[in-house]
Design a protein around this ligand. Structure first.
Ligand code: FMN
Length: 581
């Protein structure tokens, strides 16, 4: 990206878009638009219900993979169309006591981990749960939309907890909580429409039926509108014989200004393997040619199954449909016995298990309707676009897991590892703002990675080298074997030689079975603590369990040396950055 030459406040992409739009408009339209913008910038109008602390409605979201944020932005656009002033905030930056100054709060929150709130929203939830300090919310009217996935035992727990807590603190519900499964689009939009009805009407802005600029959003590429890229390189980085090899992929990026900074990711829309699609068609007795409709788009069944439907994890709707279709008493009793019995059954069956063990002839449209949508998978970018602006690099490990005594492979990693140069991949940018480099260019960086967790650090290092930003930087990396699994070894050694990396420590578990990821930092406790005192930011990326253990050990050591609660302070000061999976 190039620097701004003029003094206007827009990015280059925005500026180009504004010009492109203006060129397209006639004089009458330009006049209309200028009136509209001046009306917008003067908002809130005289009747708008603002309080001393901001717009009438706070739309807060808690997210890890952006679904909640996207819905929050949609709601804001709808509010704007109705002249309701609203602002959108990440729960990560909301303090519970701010809510006392609000009249209306709409929260859209996902559940992650094992029934946990999204990681950035933890401090908000923790503070709100403290009886001694939580604010009284008697004047607040609120509504909660909970996103989740019913295959998890703790379905939508974060949204449920928040809904109950807001009521306990004196808040009054605007409308009842809605819990949404992975196919959340329709129920979420219906719920947003009900919220719009419940929010107090304000006098509409002078221009009726204003186009929703916010709805047309600067994010040109998203889940629904992915970018198609071409595979240039797919190379194995790890030992070739490994059960779960790690590959380096390079994808062509033919458009300028792809919005991804070091620390950001891309959402990959993987296809199901052709054999799995064929097996589902075979088990259902349906022809792949048959037309079906997915999200309003007509397409052959084979395409819907390959690109849009999860052929691995069955959901409650497939189970209920299958029980009805087969008329089998066993399946019916699982359904009739409620959520717990259904979940226990679904945990032991994948889609093909159900179809093969209980043969039936489904209707094609119904089948597409009851299968869960195939979810995109996030991969951190392994390169900095200010160094290589025309390629996207990914570091991908084959994900394998045991299921009912057999070994299964993750859909997205299998798809990516099997790609050949020339193949096409659909993806969209995913911003991961809490994993960006700190604003303070002098803050030391401690980068802790396990396996593919190294990817965003490669992007960091490229960026630091490119910008000449000289900040102390310490990399701690764990993998299996030194000789074969030191991912991007040459790049990191070169960075060390050039002084971009001040320290590099590694832990190779096969070579050093008793050594853990926290050990290099604890062995060098003096510089580690010194870096923290100098304002270091700590980054953790990779396997959730291993990095969770690592963090627990570091936390104990830091609190012991710098005083109880110090680690929590680092977290509050946003100096701990986690990117765990
Ligand atoms: C790693 C991971 C863990 C999850 N854990 C849960 C869970 O325990 N309970 C649940 O209901 N949903 C769970 N989900 C599903 C998410 O809540 C769901 O995908 C949601 O749409 C994500 O919203 P977001 O994009 O705003 O983060 C999990 C998703 C991921 C990726």
């Amino acid at each position: 990206m190039t620097a701004q030459a003029s003094a206007h406040p827009f990015s280059e992409t925005q500026w180009r878009r504004i010009h492109a739009l203006l060129e397209d408009l006639d004089e009458r339209q330009v006049l209309w638009l200028s009136g509209y913008l001046s009306g917008r910038s003067n908002a809130p109008g005289p009747s708008a219900q603002t309080t001393g602390s901001g717009p009438a409605v706070l739309i807060a979201y808690g997210t890890e993979t952006d679904n909640s944020r996207h819905l929050a932005e949609c709601l804001k656009a709808q509010c704007a169309e109705h002249g309701i002033t609203a602002d959108v905030q990440d729960l990560a930056s909301v303090r519970p006591r701010q809510l006392t100054k609000r009249k209306h709060l709409v929260v859209i929150v996902a559940t992650h981990g094992d029934g946990e709130p999204p990681e950035p929203a933890h401090p908000f939830f923790e503070e709100l749960a403290e009886d001694a300090t939580a604010p009284k919310l008697a004047g607040l009217r609120f509504a909660v939309l909970a996103l989740g996935d019913s295959t998890y035992e703790h379905f939508c727990t974060a949204g449920r907890t928040l809904d109950v807590r807001l009521e306990a603190l004196g808040g009054q519900r605007l409308i009842e909580r809605q819990e949404c499964d992975v196919d959340f689009e329709t129920p979420a939009r219906e719920w947003l429409a009900k919220v719009m009805e419940a929010l107090p009407r304000e006098t509409p802005l002078p221009v009726a039926n204003t186009p929703s600029l916010a709805a047309s959003d600067a994010r040109a590429f998203d889940k629904q509108h992915p970018l198609e890229t071409e595979v240039l390189v797919n190379q194995c980085l790890s030992a070739p014989g490994r059960a779960n090899p790690i590959h380096h992929l390079e994808l062509a990026l033919d458009i300028p200004d792809f919005p991804a900074a070091p620390g950001d990711a891309v959402g990959v829309l993987a296809d199901n393997p052709p054999q799995q699609v064929a097996a589902v068609l075979d088990a259902s007795g349906l022809s792949g040619e048959q037309p079906v409709v997915v999200d309003g788009l007509a397409q052959p069944l084979v395409q819907a199954l390959r690109q849009h439907r999860d052929l691995t994890l069955p959901g409650g709707r497939l189970l209920a449909y299958w029980a009805e279709l087969t008329g089998e008493a066993k399946l019916k009793s699982v359904v009739d016995n409620g959520t717990r019995s259904q979940r226990a059954f679904l945990r032991r069956h994948q889609v093909l298990d159900l179809m093969r063990r209980h043969p039936a002839r489904p209707d094609a449209d119904m089948l597409v309707d009851v299968l869960r949508p195939l979810q995109p998978r996030l991969y951190d970018l392994a390169n900095s676009l200010d160094v290589e602006e025309d390629t996207l690099h990914l570091t991908v490990k084959r994900f394998q897991y045991e299921f009912e005594g057999r070994v299964e492979t993750g859909i997205a990693s299998r798809y990516l590892l099997d790609l050949q140069p020339g193949d096409r991949v659909r993806l969209y940018p995913h911003r991961n703002a809490r994993f960006h480099l700190p604003d303070d260019p002098r803050a030391p960086l401690i980068l802790v990675a396990e396996g593919t967790g190294i990817a965003p650090y490669r992007a960091f290092i490229q960026h630091l080298a490119r910008t000449g930003r000289h900040t102390p930087c310490w990399l701690v990396f764990a993998e299996q074997r030194f000789e074969e699994d030191f991912l991007y070894q040459l790049a990191f050694q070169e960075a060390r030689r050039r002084g971009v990396l001040e320290r590099v420590d590694t832990v190779f578990q096969v070579d050093q079975p008793n050594r853990a990821l926290a050990d290099p930092l604890l062995d060098h406790a003096a510089p580690f603590i010194d870096w923290l005192k100098r304002g270091a930011h700590l980054y953790f990326c990779g396997d959730k369990d291993r990095l969770g253990d690592t963090e627990a050990r570091l936390r104990e050591a830091v609190d012991e040396r710098l005083g109880a609660g110090h680690w929590k302070q680092l977290s509050k000061a946003k100096r701990l950055h986690r990117n765990l999976y």
